[in-house]
Design a protein around this ligand. Sequence first.
Ligand code: F6P
Length: 323
Amino acid sequence: MTAVKKIAVLTSGGDSQGMNAAVRAVVRSGLFHGLEVYGVQRGYQGLLNNDIFPMDLRSVGDIIQRGGTVLQSARCKEFYTAEGQQKGADILRARGIDGLVVIGGDGSYNGANKLSKLGINTMGLPGTIDNDVSFTDYTIGFDTAVSVVVDAVNKLRDTMSSHERSSIVEVMGRHCGDIALHAGLASGAETILVPEVPFDMDEVADRMKANFAHGKRHSIIIVAEGVGKGEDVAKELMERCPTYEPRVTVLGHIQRGGTPTPFDRNLASRLGDFAVRSLIAGETDKGCGIIKGELTLTDIDKVVNTKKDFDMVTYELAQRLSQ
Ligand code: F6P
């Protein structure tokens, strides 16, 4: 395998805080190692539109602290087709770009996998708030999203306690309850509902009643969106126990904004540099991750075809501590 000389970077799918820090790391590490580095605007859609431009040290200045992505992001239907993928590979080849770093979630990794089969060396960086990418303990943006939720729950507690109400907080996580779990543990939520763990609404209502009976003045119920709508949970609780007047807060895209935490910036910086060094070392079609503090490479096929284990030990701890 020939070592890469020109690489490009793109961000794809739902954005996440820390993507900018990852782009900065890819660009600066690439330049440090003597590569030419290009940015692709608007993910795979930009690739198909040939929206590709050279990046230098200054083009990633003053972005490490910013949420969003300066490269912008998109979800691109055309790139799901074999023709779209071939067009993308041809565009990169015509520009002499032989390596591509893709920052995104599983869908974005699939695109990188296809391009590698068409002769482009690719690396995936896990950029999504959901923490649902396998073979990495953390994805870029997850830590910031959790702190957004914890901050919101702190505020909700104040008003719920004044009125002795229960608060239902719907958080993101289409298929993964990690935001709900980690924010729930950190904010002392009384109940955490996630798609990975079946639950019985009668038990949820009984637990809420017991909380108030024990002298609590609020009951916080965090619902991952993969479980369903917070409004539906509220309706079911109202039917079983109207006394504690549930109020619903849907945090929505607020969870994807704001300045990334130091943890996310450092994770993104380490992974971005690692992706470049791995391409230079001749690696391709790999997802970069961090497992127990160590940087790791895993075949993208394996990453996208393996469901991440849910952390039941932490889930049970959260249950025990919120009595
Ligand atoms: O995958 C990340 C995510 O933030 C999910 O948690 C959420 O369901 C989805 O993206 C929202 O997507 P969109 O930005 O397209 O509304």
